[in-house]
Design a protein around this ligand. Sequence first.
Ligand SMILES: [Zn+2]
Length: 305
Amino acid sequence: MTVVVLALDALDAGLVEHFDLDAVRLTSSNDLETFAHTQDVPYTPEVWATVATGLPPEDHGVTGGGTSEWDNPVLEALSRISGRFDESTRGTLGKVVRSKTGERERIARTDAESMFDAEGAVVHNWPGVADGRPLQRAWDLMNAVAEGMDRSEFERELFGQCAQQFAWATEMLNHPVAVAGVHVHALDAAGHAYADDEAALRHAYERVGAFVTKIVDALEDGDDLLLLSDHGMHAAFYPPDEGENPATHSFRAYASSTADTCPATVYDVREWVETRASTTRVEGAGREEAVDVPEDHLRELGYLE
Ligand SMILES: [Zn+2]
């Protein structure tokens, strides 16, 4: 039995109500207390690394200039400076460096233990913890949008990535997995692009809601789903945001689960997940027989050395 953790970046508690999005209101739901550390508002890699480790940014180390790493020391120094800027400035700087040198940053990974290090836990992509490339692709996409990529291409890319991430999580329900975590950036990118376009952002929320419903339908007795965000997004059409700058991160993070409780803060998520995972039995675990690979054929094909 599996606990699926969906990291729905920028899913905004206020907009869930505004759009009346039942698909993400599971058995229990609440606002999730989040934090700002190096910026005035919550910053994606800092918060997700905290969610996975249960540690504050000063302890997990994915913070400020430490949110990214470059192979080249000069780029590493520039990255430390760009870490103090917001995501769009940072994206622009990153792009200049990429075009001049052909090198690019990696989202840094914490050395601290996370909930995905436990036996039976798996993770697909998760900023600060596992494979930051999908987040980089999402940031690249946002840069392309800023430069005039048309809507149909943007949405095709965005929801194409989203579909892969949800499909992976759903497939994990067929395997002896205790915890399966995946980060989905779609609503952050859509929130930045459509903060002044209510119909387009509602559509994006409904698309993500439809993916959530598919996973909920695939759960079996004893499985649980926890979905949560790191922050929300201010929107021009959302009445409580009057006077706020649209397309900036809000503190309205959200959590919902198929269980009777939800974590109250981003620091509580790890313990919540581990408590539930420890009460579920991993069926099929311990099946350790090796796969019998026909090595000769693979060597002929050049797949093996
Ligand atoms: Zn975020």
